[in-house]
Write a protein that binds this ligand. Structure first.
Ligand SMILES: NC(=O)c1ccc[n+]([C@@H]2O[C@H](COP(=O)([O-])OP(=O)(O)OC[C@H]3O[C@@H](n4cnc5c(N)ncnc54)[C@H](O)[C@@H]3O)[C@@H](O)[C@H]2O)c1
Length: 428
């Protein structure tokens, strides 16, 4: 069997490897020529994806990358993993999905499966994507080609969660579409979870991400409340999580980041309006989580004040640009918001991140492009008036941080258990 995977990013590339390692020929399609070239040369551009795994499947002839969408005629299945961002006004932007649909439609073979993996609102697959596929191919979904939605469940850099063992939800446009999708995914994934429609599968993915967003907001709110009461939220969570049932720990932080949790819930908010429904939990969670960088700033002001310093003119280091530990993914990271807020208040800002040596151009934060991480050494660190730990990468030596700097604002409890001076660390 040969499958095409469109969109070779954080979701698409691991999926290519998984299929290629499961005795399936894989054609990776992406509009980014640099990515195509790099993969065909056996290189990986995602830190936690082993380049030797890419090189091996390329050498074995089981994986090839291309930008030529006509090659869709070679395959029996097309899996779409393109971005689903929000527009400036926080509305869903499914243009990448529709563009992909238009690009592949003329080349679809009869009987081919098209499966969408990008997170999106219920109805995208059987309304929007189906529309462009049917008009571009002059074929009918469920009759001439198969259509399905199967959301990606990726936990980047978590070694315990291997794609092959994470159960995969699949919804088909028709029972026959579902059967076809099960046959294709069954080659590479151990446990499949069939559901009755594409919409149920789309809704299930949104539930998973909304669940995280709401619970993170709850714990962020409790952090602020308990802080005012002189209670440490981290100790509270440690205690609460000893309950063997009915509780699941979530941890506070400087705000949401990444391509999923800050964005996906609002796909539902937008679609719910069509049905005159409100998504109050989603909105509230969004408000609390987006307020977190401001809370971190207010704690930093307190910390600087205790050292008789103002933010204006202070030198501030943001430690960790990636949105979560041990990855190089800094998309929508709250660290960018912190950089902006400190700069607006007259601080001189810098960042350190071992995985992001330089900031690439992004749509959301073009003004930070080209900025470089400082180099980790005593001379470079001791000049900062305050260091804000935004991401707790394991590769950072936090004891050195305690030894070399005087004022630390810690949003991740990274300094717990270390030798620190009284009044040196401010939890935020
Ligand atoms: N990153 C995650 O952990 C994660 C987890 C679950 C679901 N998702 C969802 O998966 C989808 C993809 O996310 P990602 O993190 O892999 O994004 P990404 O930005 O890492 O990768 C997307 C890729 O698609 C390519 N692309 C864009 N437009 C294209 C087009 N018209 N044709 C072909 N290629 C195109 C880009 O060049 C890029 O390589 C999103 O809907 C996201 O919400 C992501």
């Amino acid at each position: 069997m040969k499958v095409a995977i469109v969109g070779l990013g954080y979701v698409g590339l691991p999926l290519c490897l998984q299929f290629a390692q499961s005795d399936t020929e894989v054609l990776g399609l992406d509009i980014d020529a640099a990515k195509v070239e790099s993969l065909n040369a056996g290189r990986s551009y995602i830190r936690h994806i082993d380049p030797s795994a890419v090189a091996e499947v390329v050498r074995a002839g089981r994986f090839q990358a291309s930008s030529d969408f006509r090659r869709v005629q070679e395959v029996e299945a097309v899996i779409i993993c393109v971005p689903t961002p929000l527009s400036k006004n926080r509305d869903p932007d499914i243009s990448y999905i529709l563009e992909t649909g238009r690009a592949i439609a003329p080349w679809l073979r009869k009987g081919c499966l098209v499966s969408l993996e990008s997170t999106t609102y219920p109805g995208t697959t059987d309304e929007d994507l189906r529309g462009v596929l049917e008009s571009g191919s002059k074929m009918k979904a469920g009759i001439d080609f198969h259509l399905a939605f199967s959301p990606e469940r990726e936990d980047p850099a978590n070694p315990d969660n291997k794609l092959v063992t994470i159960p995969k939800v699949i919804g088909g446009f028709s029972p026959a579409c579902l059967e076809r999708a099960k046959a294709v995914y069954g080659r590479a994934i151990k446990t499949l979870v069939p559901v009755s429609s594409c919409r149920v599968a789309e809704a299930a993915k949104l539930l998973e991400n909304i669940f995280r967003s709401v619970n993170i907001a709850l714990i962020n709110e409790l952090k602020v409340v308990y802080q005012a009461m002189g209670i440490d939220i981290w100790e509270v969570i440690q205690a609460a999580k000893t309950k063997p049932f009915g509780f699941m720990p979530f941890y506070p932080g400087p705000g949401l980041g990444g391509h999923c949790i800050p964005i996906d819930p609002f796909y539902l908010t937008w679609k719910a309006r069509e049905y005159s429904q409100n998504t109050r939990f989603i909105e509230l969670a969004g408000q609390i989580n987006t307020a977190m960088p401001h809370y971190v700033i207010s704690r930093s002001v307190e910390a600087l004040n205790a050292c008789r310093k103002a933010v204006n003119g202070s030198r501030v280091l943001i430690l960790g640009l990636a949105y979560k530990p041990n990855v190089d993914d800094e998309r929508s990271s709250p660290s960018y918001v912190l950089l902006d807020l400190f700069k607006e208040r007259g601080a001189e800002v810098a960042y350190y991140d071992p995985f992001v040596p330089v900031i690439r151009p992004t749509r959301e934060h073009p003004h930070w492009a080209g900025m470089r991480s400082i180099v980790w050494n005593r001379a470079n660190l001791e000049v900062f008036d305050v260091v804000v730990i935004a991401t707790n990468h394991q590769a950072v030596n936090y004891q050195e941080l305690a030894d070399w700097t005087n004022c630390i604002v810690d949003t991740r409890n990274a300094m717990a258990g270390l030798k620190i001076k009284p009044g040196q660390v401010w939890k935020a």
